[in-house]
Ligand binder design. Sequence first.
Ligand code: MG
Length: 280
Amino acid sequence: MTTRTLKTGAAAALLLSALVTPVSAAEAQTETERAELTNPLLYAIAWRQTAAEFRALYYQGFALAQLRVEQALAARKASAGNDTRALAVITDVDETVLLSGAYWGQLIAEGGDFFDDATWDAWVPNNEFVASPGAREFAAFCEANGVTLFFVTNRDQGEATFELALGNLRAAGFENVRAENLRVLRQTSNKEAVQAQIRSDYHVIASLGDNLNDFARRYYVTDVAEREALMHADAARFGADYIVFPNPTDGHWIRAIFGESEPAPTEANRQVLRAAAVGR
Ligand SMILES: [Mg+2]
């Protein structure tokens, strides 16, 4: 063997090693690591964690909400005292005024690819929610103008649910939220009774939420096309008295796909998700 062939052989070996190394590393990946990289939640979470557009939609929603409040205040002034009911806005809490991005990041880091109620319940008391962009400013605007902002949420972390929700809001910067303006539903996601009770005392200018169920229970259907049709039938209300915020990870749109709001992380459900994405 000549020196030249030796050198060529060594270079070839180096090249081969460089080519082979990543494959070997990939082969060394555990099943869990591979599953993490094909986690169906990755795109949705990456979007909510990094896209400026995600946060811009919150500014947009609260700007629209403030415009509606300003219009209601002007109309109230013009009506010369004919309508004496106090003004209010009803808002949902999770993914509307509070964002739980850290939970979803943690869920993925732990290998989860579907929402997990047990880890959620353990995460809620950590007070890692952050106020959505524009939410605190909107709350301050309402307060400064005598408009009551009601927080209506369905959550269930046991007996401590109400105090946890109040603590989450205060820790995220809604220091002035009053307990009497927070309504927590533990047994049902149907908010209509509470909404009706608020409406009996207040003129509700608008409702804010990331789930159509935050506006009306009629959307609580398990058929994707029916839910879509109900939304289109109410087209004129969106941006008027219904102000919607984005949520790519949870809500009743999930229920419409799977038939339940918190589907189990099974192969069958991964196939259902795939079919929903593919459109068949
Ligand atoms: Mg919500």
